[in-house]
Design a protein around this ligand. Sequence first.
Ligand SMILES: NC(=O)c1ccc[n+]([C@@H]2O[C@H](COP(=O)([O-])OP(=O)(O)OC[C@H]3O[C@@H](n4cnc5c(N)ncnc54)[C@H](OP(=O)(O)O)[C@@H]3O)[C@@H](O)[C@H]2O)c1
Length: 255
Amino acid sequence: MATLGFIGSGSIGTNLARLAVAAGINVVLSNSRGPETLAEAVAELGERAHAATPEEAARTGDWVVVSIPLAAYRKLPVAALAGKVVLDTINYYPMRDGHIEVLDSGKTTTSELVQEHLAGAKLVKAFNNISDHHIPSLARPAGAADRTALPIAGGDPQAKASAADLISRLGFDTVDGGPLTESWRFEPETAPYAAPYFTDPDAARAGWVQLAEALRSGNLPQTPPADPGAPLPAAQLRTLLAGTPRKLTADRVLA
Ligand SMILES: NC(=O)c1ccc[n+]([C@@H]2O[C@H](COP(=O)([O-])OP(=O)(O)OC[C@H]3O[C@@H](n4cnc5c(N)ncnc54)[C@H](OP(=O)(O)O)[C@@H]3O)[C@@H](O)[C@H]2O)c1
């Protein structure tokens, strides 16, 4: 029986774990506070789910999703993840993670930084460009006419194929976005990032501007009603990936 490990079991981790369990895949959740704090999530997910430490989740998983704030990436267990296909959902938000010069300047990408730390792991950037609430609302069975495509990037073709197979079982098509050096193409605020999966992409982008202004002024806006999402076909995603300009920290609205 296949097992998907999770290091980070917050919003993205638990949404992916639900899809995995629905697809007949066992899941091992972990977080920073310890397995006992995941009892509720495990109970909701049912008998296919267990909680463990990050090291145990890494060793048990046939694939491992790392879904933590970038600021914590150096705590990822290097030895336990060596040889594993690691799906990296991490985004860089300086307001949360602190400034990292090599990312601000575009010398490297977020996933290259994580791969550099995880020597021996086969990193595949995935699920970073879709909002958490669109993961359940846009997942579809293989062959569905309205299936949504997600970009992946990585340096190991076999690892990418394995990740694509997993992602398909979870409910999404994939488009190969190239090696990790090209993964800036779907980092925050690029053309394929988050907005195209909203029913109104322009309104989603306008919402980021409002949120940035609200964060500056300290008056947080009310959370907008959940958007059901709009399927993004692979051909459209390819066009967005090919045409997007790079968005460095200084070019971003929310950073
Ligand atoms: N939310 C979105 O819509 C979205 C979309 C795409 C990508 N992302 C990116 O995906 C990542 C996760 O996002 P999220 O929204 O799921 O975050 P979240 O809800 O805040 O969850 C973060 C998880 O990471 C765990 N964690 C933190 N430090 C850890 C460590 N050293 N070892 C193990 N686990 C640790 C936390 O555990 P504790 O609570 O125990 O500390 C928590 O389970 C972020 O990089 C984010 O930018 C988010």
